[in-house]
Design a protein around this ligand. Structure first.
Ligand SMILES: NC(=O)c1ccc[n+]([C@@H]2O[C@H](COP(=O)([O-])OP(=O)(O)OC[C@H]3O[C@@H](n4cnc5c(N)ncnc54)[C@H](OP(=O)(O)O)[C@@H]3O)[C@@H](O)[C@H]2O)c1
Length: 436
């Protein structure tokens, strides 16, 4: 058997411990698949006094990541600390030492991939990142290898398990957004500060990475609409359900008339669609290729062992040489001419509007008038009879739902100003796209 692949691991937290569990607990299986032993030689952590979930026999442990990255007895560097700093420095130092890097850090690759990917190529080494998007779901391999006979024409993805868990919990258990977030935190699906997940940023960063691979464009979340689930209420999930839709946080990139259209937003999806049926912390990516048609990939989107499964697969790819063969062929440099980005104002879809309004004459006409002036045509209007007394108003407050025909984001934006000024509308109103 060939010489062992010696791993230098930076971070032994949730994912790191899962990787150690697979490599140490299933050493024979791993070496069989890798054609040689894969052994953890060195580990860097931050706090040596912390109790660890697992033992890694024979590994040297330090608090200085540099020692690990430059060590002569380390062939591949595993970056599992997260965040931008010092993760960026760790990856750069490893690449400059000629060592391949395996990472699960989507934030780093989304923010600094434009520098790190070309650097790895220039230095003749590799960055593997299957674990950075959708945990146990082999979506990087699917786009980068299995689908390369196609031009991907559309990618629609539920890639934030925390948001999906919260939305599922709300509807299934008739519970509020706030209670569902607390439950997600108690189950370990949401951080103490869940903003990155519930505001759609995590999903948008993952969409950025997938878009780079599928369309050869580097697009960052500040260039397309990003809306989280934090404005949704149980009422919206129920209305959508009655109308035949599920609401999911959907990250989308698709080709429309040769332009790349992107958005990450809670979206109404017809009940019969596979994406509508993804529940709890699961992820699903629907990829459409011009040859193969629609395909679906689904798995646990995060969590210790699902993520570790992807990291170990990347290590095995490094061990057998697949990473070295495949990495130079991935679509990792920005080619803006390939598919220009669709202007946000020109994105065209159908929309769901929900207002809480005073139940008095002319309200529907006032709202319809503003939408009409913006050339937004209505497909249906539903006034619910739920009545909430309001001390400040002689009128009961009722929810009002409008479904529109296809219209543009630009028209919506021009209508929004008028809708904000209507005194019959109480609180903030909600507008969500309807998937097609
Ligand atoms: N958790 C998931 O389900 C999941 C899923 C997909 C991707 N990811 C990604 O995987 C990566 C790791 O996530 P995680 O959940 O395993 O994080 P974690 O549990 O917080 O573990 C981070 C580890 O990094 C170590 N560390 C932090 N700063 C360090 C430094 N300067 N030098 C040396 N060690 C340092 C910590 O040391 P101490 O233990 O001593 O504090 C800890 O062991 C992140 O990029 C994350 O986005 C995680």
């Amino acid at each position: 058997m060939a010489e062992p692949l010696r791993v230098g691991m930076i971070g032994l937290g949730t994912v790191g411990s899962g990787v150690a569990e697979i490599l140490c607990g299933h050493a024979e299986r791993t070496s069989g698949r890798a054609g040689r032993e894969v052994v953890i030689r060195r580990i860097a952590i931050r706090d040596p006094s912390k109790p660890r979930e697992c033992e890694v026999p024979d590994a040297k442990v330090t608090t200085d990541w540099r020692e690990v990255v430059v060590a002569d007895d380390v062939d591949v560097v595993l970056e599992l600390i997260g965040g931008l700093s010092p993760a960026e420095e760790i990856v750069e130092t490893a690449l400059k030492a000629g060592k391949p890097v395996v990472t699960a850090n989507k934030a780093l690759l989304c923010e600094r991939g434009d520098r790190l990917f070309p650097l790895a190529r220039e230095l003749g080494t590799t960055i593997s990142f299957e674990a950075a998007v959708a945990g146990g779901c082999p979506i990087i391999a699917a786009i980068g290898q299995a689908m390369t006979g196609n031009q991907i024409t559309s990618l629609a993805a539920i890639v934030n398990g925390t948001s999906n868990f919260i939305l599922t919990k709300m509807l299934d258990e008739d519970t509020s957004y706030e209670d569902a977030v607390s439950e997600a935190q108690a189950c370990g699906y949401a951080e103490a500060d869940p903003s990155m997940d519930v505001k759609g940023i995590d999903a948008a960063q993952k969409l950025g990475l997938l878009t780079q691979l599928a369309f050869g464009r580097r697009i960052t979340p500040d260039q397309f609409p990003v809306q989280g689930i934090d404005e949704l209420s149980l009422m919206d999930l129920k209305f959508a359900d009655e109308l035949g839709y599920a609401i999911k946080l959907l990250a989308t990139a698709k080709l429309v008339d040769g332009k790349l259209e992107m958005h990450t937003q809670p979206t109404l999806i017809r009940h019969h669609e596979p994406l509508a049926q993804v529940s709890g912390p699961y992820n699903m990516i629907e990829l459409t290729g011009d040859a193969v048609g629609k395909t679906w990939f689904s798995a646990m989107g995060a969590g210790q062992m699902a993520t570790a499964s992807a990291v170990v697969a990347d290590l095995i790819d490094v061990a057998v040489g697949r990473a070295a063969t495949n990495f130079p062929l991935l679509n990792l440099t920005d080619q803006p001419d390939a598919f220009p980005l669709q202007a946000v104002e020109d994105i065209e879809r159908r929309y769901y509007f929900r207002f809480n309004v005073e139940d008095r004459p002319h309200v529907i006409a006032d709202i319809a008038d503003i939408l009409g002036r913006a050339e937004i045509s209505l497909a249906s209007v539903i006034q619910k009879e739920v009545q909430e007394p309001d001390e400040d108003s002689p009128y009961p407050i009722v929810p009002l739902v409008f479904m529109t025909h296809r219209t543009t984001e630009g028209r919506l934006r021009s209508a929004a100003k008028g809708l904000d000024q209507l005194d019959c509308v109480r609180g903030s109103w909600l507008c969500l796209p309807i998937g097609e």
